[in-house]
Write a protein that binds this ligand. Structure first.
Ligand SMILES: Cc1cc2nc3c(=O)[nH]c(=O)nc-3n(C[C@H](O)[C@H](O)[C@H](O)COP(=O)(O)OP(=O)(O)OC[C@H]3O[C@@H](n4cnc5c(N)ncnc54)[C@H](O)[C@@H]3O)c2cc1C
Length: 396
């Protein structure tokens, strides 16, 4: 029986395991150095939109949105929140996005353009400025990580997947030029395929096999409010002109996040690094209120109850890195999902499982290939240290 080893039990790794088990691949083992969901997955805002920037991205997200709806039926205790996703722009930033409308039309990704007056009519709790343009994705929405991760984990266990927590992978085994398993503190685990879904830890984990993956990680933070007396009727909003986002959250709460453009990239220095070592500047809570109360006035009746800080990762060209690694047969990577790895996970897991089990995918994802960067450009990218404002700033 074939064995697949998945390093990393975030949403990408769990979803890969789920899709492999659905394909009756053989034995599937997920290893995480902490409990499942210990990385960025449990910290995500988990806003999901299909309106991305490239053909591959739009096609992949279209499938993700379909799969989220199926999972909502299949996973006990999980519901996809189909409130729609509203991407906001101002007159200066709109033309760039407007150019993508023919792509959305061609690929069948539905959208509506809504002006400020229409936004106020549809969502009375929303007060966009008159200069705002809204690109509404009627199929978008969000997931609560606290619901989705346990529900997907339970389903993986039901499907016979072995999930081994607190099992850090220290080395990747190579035999006869192929990935042949992994080494952990408690011993070797042999396998026919090794899938690396460790996101911000990728560079550290693949260092041992001399692989260079051109990704950078940035600190990112989001907050939830105290409960309101009633649910807030707004969609999941990517408020690009405000540098952040806001959505409803469980228990009549709101969830909002903001980027820190001036902050330098975070270099993960060891495989032992844990996200709890990160912190967010204290002033952000006040900044978020100042920026978002004019857009969603009811936010002013709350205070911040929780803060989650994690990492988001970006590749050299801003697109995910997903697929087999040509120089090491049997080894696969899924990483660099910018701030959209939660939105991608149903399809990124499906695509990785297809690569492993069938050697080809139902969507052409050559644009995400781990082999698309030359060694020279990868080295040059990694040699520089940049602030987030100077990297890609694609949201969700
Ligand atoms: C504040 C915040 C808000 C976000 N909002 C959104 C959003 O609205 N929408 C969206 O789509 N995305 C969002 N994201 C991004 C999203 O969280 C990530 O893209 C996604 O969770 C990546 O999932 P993953 O499984 O690839 O990685 P992770 O969830 O980071 O999982 C990697 C796992 O690998 C494990 N690991 C690491 N090293 C080893 C090792 N050596 N051995 C074994 N295990 C190891 C880690 O413990 C971890 O559990 C947000 C991120 C943050 C931080």
């Amino acid at each position: 029986m074939a064995t697949a080893i998945i390093i990393g039990g975030g949403v990408t790794g769990l979803s890969t395991a789920y899709h492999l088990a659905r394909r009756k691949f053989g034995k599937v083992i997920v290893l995480d150095k902490g409990p499942v969901g210990d990385g960025s997955s449990s910290r995500a805002a988990a806003i999901i939109t299909g309106l991305l920037w490239t053909e591959t991205g739009v096609l992949a997200r279209k499938k993700s949105l379909e799969l989220y709806r199926e999972l909502s039926q299949e996973l006990e205790g999980y519901t996809f929140q189909n409130v729609g996703a509203l991407n906001l722009f101002v007159q200066e930033s709109w033309p760039e996005r407007e150019q993508l409308l023919p792509l959305y039309q061609r690929l069948g990704a539905p959208y509506e353009i809504v002006d400020a007056q229409e936004m106020r009519r549809r969502w009375p709790e929303l007060r966009p400025g008159d200069d705002f343009v809204g690109l509404f994705d009627p199929l978008g929405g969000y997931s609560e990580p606290g619901q989705y991760i346990p529900a997907l984990t339970r389903r993986c266990l039901q499907l016979g997947i072995e999930i081994r927590e607190h099992r850090k992978v220290e080395e990747i085994l190579i035999r006869s030029g192929r990935a042949a398993g992994v080494k952990t503190a408690t011993g070797l685990i042999e396998g026919d395929a090794v899938v690396c879904t460790v996101y911000a830890w990728t560079r550290k984990v693949v260092e041992c096999i001399g692989l260079q993956v051109p990704i950078k990680a940035f600190v990112h933070q989001r907050y939830t409010t105290t409960p309101l007396p009633l649910p807030v009727n707004i969609p999941a909003i990517n408020a690009n002109p405000l540098g952040g986002y806001i959505r409803p959250a469980s228990g009549n709460r709101l969830l909002a996040g903001i980027e820190t453009p001036e902050r330098e990239e975070h270099r993960v220095s060891s495989t032992d690094f844990h996200l709890s070592e990160l912190s967010a500047p204290e002033h952000l809570k006040e900044t978020l209120m100042q920026k978002f109360v004019p857009l969603v006035p009811v936010l002013g009746e709350t205070s911040w109850e929780t803060e989650k800080v994690g990492l988001i990762t970006f590749s050299l060209d801003g697109e995910p890195i997903l697929g087999p690694v040509a120089s090491l047969p049997g080894f696969y990577i899924g990483t660099a999902f910018h701030s959209g790895g939660f939105a991608y996970n149903p399809v990124s897991g499906m695509l990785l499982a297809q690569f492993v089990a069938e050697g080809r995918t139902s969507i052409d994802v050559s644009a995400f290939s781990p082999d698309r960067f030359s060694a020279k450009e990868g080295e040059a990218y990694l040699a520089t240290t940049v602030a987030q404002r100077d990297s890609f700033r694609r949201r969700h």
